[in-house]
Design a protein around this ligand. Structure first.
Ligand code: CP
Length: 321
């Protein structure tokens, strides 16, 4: 694994899950493999879980970690080529990424979708430019179209909690006041379609995800029907892909309620967090034993540790010989 930007960078998903579970059992199992190596975590957008879990994972491997919150602390970056930089952007990504590459052995980058220009977002321009100009392995900490560390942690959680082979996993859209990227939903689908689960995606008309992410999933516009017999309910809001970035629906009837969870087969409730209580999901679900959102967030450490360990090993940057 040279970079970790999507499930397509992973040769064997089941094997990577096994590595993550091994780290969960014994976090210090490779405590020296990253000694003398530096991970740079670059955030163009806010974070709680991704920042802390990835930092902890790197420290478990003996790595140094440096964090830059570009939006609050760094120079505003220009990504376009040939621009006359007489606006607010003080530094071009060509120099910024190359300089970060001088300081770091592996780079983690968070760069959300702008939700204005679909082609630019879906080209993953920001992520690709960091890969090109840093000349270092890059881990996506959530890009414009995907959140692979989250999806790996989601899969670990499902593997830990499933009560039967091929569980029914429902990704359901839920209301939110603001336009959010499609990254978590896209990525979740992409990973679930590589796992042994039955994936159903439920959303109001107009919220269809890009075909490349849902090909092979069942689409069910009736949320209650989707919930029937489900083993896992994964709630997430996303803005429209077709009418790009638009909020087409705020219908509170799509909120996840205890009454709807009754339609499932004692399903576990999942969400990547942060979550807006009583907008996306009601307190009665989030505070019930069905909710596994904290376990999910905990698994972010083992997902990140497995990925970092593989990159250290496969790029010859680690100390495992
Ligand atoms: N789920 C997730 O990525 O959380 P943060 O945005 O807080 O990192």
């Amino acid at each position: 694994m040279k970079n970790f930007t999507s499930v397509h960078d992973v040769e064997d998903v089941a094997w990577l899950c096994g590595r993550a579970f091994a780290f969960k059992e014994k976090p210090e199992r490779e405590a020296q493999s990253g000694r003398g190596k530096t991970l740079g975590l670059i955030f163009l957008n806010p974070s709680l879980r991704t920042r802390l879990s990835t930092q902890l994972a790197a420290q478990n491997l003996g790595m140094n970690v440096i964090v830059l919150n570009v939006s609050g602390e760094g120079w505003k970056l220009e990504f376009a080529d040939g621009t006359v930089m007489d606006g607010p952007e003080a530094e071009h990504v060509r120099e910024a990424a190359a300089v970060i590459g001088e300081y770091c052995d592996i780079i983690g980058l968070r760069a959300f979708a702008g939700l204005k220009d679909r082609e630019r977002d879906y080209r993953e321009e920001l992520l690709q430019k960091f890969i090109e100009f840093s000349d270092r392995p890059v881990i996506s900490l959530e890009s414009a179209t995907r959140h692979p560390l989250q999806s790996l942690a989601d899969l670990l959680t499902i593997e830990e909690l499933k009560r039967r082979p091929n569980p029914k996993v429902v990704l359901t859209w839920a209301p939110h006041p603001n336009p959010l990227p499609q990254a978590v939903a896209n990525s979740f689908c992409e990973w679930m379609l590589r796992a042994d689960v039955e994936l159903v995606v439920s959303h109001p008309p107009g919220y269809e995800l890009a075909e490349q992410f849902v090909e092979g999933a069942v689409i069910e516009y009736d949320q209650r029907k989707a919930f029937s017999g489900a083993d896992f309910i994964y709630a997430k809001n996303w803005s429209a892909f077709g009418e790009y970035g638009a909020v087409l629906n705020r219908d509170p009837d799509w909120m996840i309620t205890a009454e709807k969870m009754e339609l499932t087969d004692n399903a576990r409730f999942m969400h990547c967090l942060p979550v807006r209580r009583n907008v996306v999901v009601e307190d009665a679900v989030l505070d019930s034993p069905a909710s596994v959102v904290v376990q999910q967030a905990g698994n972010r450490v083992w997902a990140a540790q497995a990925v970092l360990s593989e990159i250290l090993s496969e790029t010859g940057r680690g100390n495992r010989g």
